[in-house]
Design a protein. Structure first.
Length: 229
């Protein structure tokens, strides 16, 4: 009886060297996971808020360069903390020194304004984005000498990029290491400058990015990703 039983077991469970060989079906892959919400390409209608803001950038940049009261739009430490002209951190976001300055900000502004609005609604863009920009201006002019004037949306745009990267790491459907590596690669390739220009406020870029990252982390418990239409 023992010999017959052992022979039967060998037929049912073939092995080599006395080790059990698992059934190949145990290693079959299950059905693919459904794509995450960030993999759905948003429609162009979500570009509208960014387009309206960019038109305001252009209009106020023309006012700044053409009319005397355009001098009320930039921000500095002395105008803000000395004269208490508290509208300036907001208006300075809209003012650019010329077409080159405006166009250099256009691509990143449209891209991040588009995806933040599409996937996270008006809360992310424009509300949080402009809060980040104003906060970055407040901190930057505080760190600069009081006579240094600050204009442009670069700090806000770097903050928008950081906000998106935090949300991307949280909500993307790839594995966590892949998400982190993609975010780090974007920072290294797109956000770290290869040349230094004297008229560019790299301090504002850095402050904006840190402000955006902190804002993104702080809002993770309450932000909700949406499937864009």
């Amino acid at each position: 009886m023992c010999a017959e039983k052992n022979e039967k077991e060998c037929c049912e469970f073939p092995d080599t060297d006395g080790l059990y060989q698992p059934d190949p079906e145990d290693f079959e892959e299950g059905p693919p996971a459904p794509p995450g919400p960030l993999s759905i390409f948003p429609s162009r209608k979500h570009l509208l808020p960014a387009l309206v803001c960019f038109m305001l950038f252009y209009a106020l940049s023309m006012v700044h360069s053409t009319y005397p009261y355009g001098d009320l739009l930039w921000v500095s430490g002395s105008s803000l903390y000395g004269l208490h002209e508290f509208w300036r951190p907001f208006t300075a976001l809209f003012v650019h020194s010329g077409p080159g300055h405006l166009l250099s900000n256009a691509i990143m502004f449209f891209v991040f304004g588009w995806v933040l609005k599409a996937y996270f609604g008006y809360t992310a863009f424009p509300v949080l984005s402009f809060v980040i920009g104003i906060t970055a201006n407040l901190i930057t002019v505080y760190l600069y000498p009081p006579e240094i004037r600050l204009i442009g949306a670069s700090g806000m745009i770097y903050g928008m990029a950081a906000l998106w990267l935090v949300y991307f790491i949280k909500f993307d459907d790839h594995t966590f290491p892949v998400r982190v590596m993609r975010a780090a690669g974007f920072v290294l390739v797109m956000l770290i400058p290869s040349t230094i220009e004297p008229n560019v406020s790299y301090l504002a870029h850095g402050v904006g990015f840190i402000t955006g990252a902190v804002t993104g982390i702080a809002t993770l418990p309450c932000i909700r990703v949406r499937i864009p239409d």
